[in-house]
Design a protein around this ligand. Structure first.
Ligand SMILES: [Zn+2]
Length: 232
């Protein structure tokens, strides 16, 4: 069960002296899409109320509980609303990522958008944005003369400009292919939750390898150099 934030309750309905949550924008615990749940309440218990609502996306049923029903300042009764089952927590941006000379503001924005649309359950948009950021990263690592080439070719050229291990390039190609799947309409093969999750996961690995790790290693070196030399 998870407490629903008051901001996610978009409409209330007055029933006697009780304000009942009527319309909720919330991530569905079954399909992980943000949908609107319409709530109809039948019982009028003064302590706990219960109802169910069907997801407009996947059609599965979620349960809603209104508890701790108390009188507020306006003399109306309201309570805390809980939902079950609970969707996965929103995905966060990788820890330690920030705008730097190497990781530009526009790359940061593209990364933030990819994580946001993933959290909204927009799978095609997620893989497309992951691919776009990969393109941004690749371009930033290549000389200008190579930047107009197709992404596939740019990735091949990368290893001659930066020191990259083969697994990282394989990851990059996987994101590229996933992004193509999102960008071109294909009735048979549509990106789903797991493909989007893989794409964002892989992107996180690449960002960590290229931008976060080098900085941490440098910080560690500086720290070691600054340690008092106990041998002398
Ligand atoms: Zn659903």
């Amino acid at each position: 069960m998870q407490l629903i934030d008051k901001k996610q309750i978009v409409k209330h309905e007055k029933c006697g002296d009780t304000m009942l949550p009527k319309s909720i924008d919330k991530k569905c615990g079954h399909c992980a899409r943000i949908v609107n749940f319409n709530l109809d309440w039948y019982s009028d218990s003064t302590e706990v109320m219960f109802t169910t609502s069907r997801c407009s996306g996947c059609g599965e049923i979620s349960r809603f509980y209104l508890v701790e029903i108390k009188e507020n300042e306006d003399g109306m009764y309201t309570g805390d609303l809980y939902i079950s089952p609970v969707a996965f927590e929103d995905r966060k941006m990788i820890e330690g990522i920030e705008i730097t000379k190497e990781f530009s503001e526009s790359m940061f924005r593209a990364y933030k958008s990819a994580v946001n649309v993933y959290n909204l359950g927009e799978w095609s948009a997620t893989v497309v944005l992951c691919r776009r950021l990969l393109e941004g990263i690749t371009k930033s690592l290549l000389p200008e003369s190579e930047q107009g080439k197709p992404l596939y070719r740019q990735l091949e050229l990368l290893s001659s400009h930066v020191e990259l291990q083969k697994p990282i390039l394989t990851l990059a190609h996987a994101i590229r292919v996933g992004g193509n799947l999102g960008a071109h309409f294909d009735l048979e093969r549509e990106p789903d939750e797991s493909l989007s999750r893989f794409a964002v996961d892989l992107l996180d690995y690449i960002i960590e390898y290229l931008y976060i790790l080098p900085r941490r290693i440098e910080q560690l070196h500086t720290h070691i150099e600054e340690l008092p030399n106990k041998i002398n």
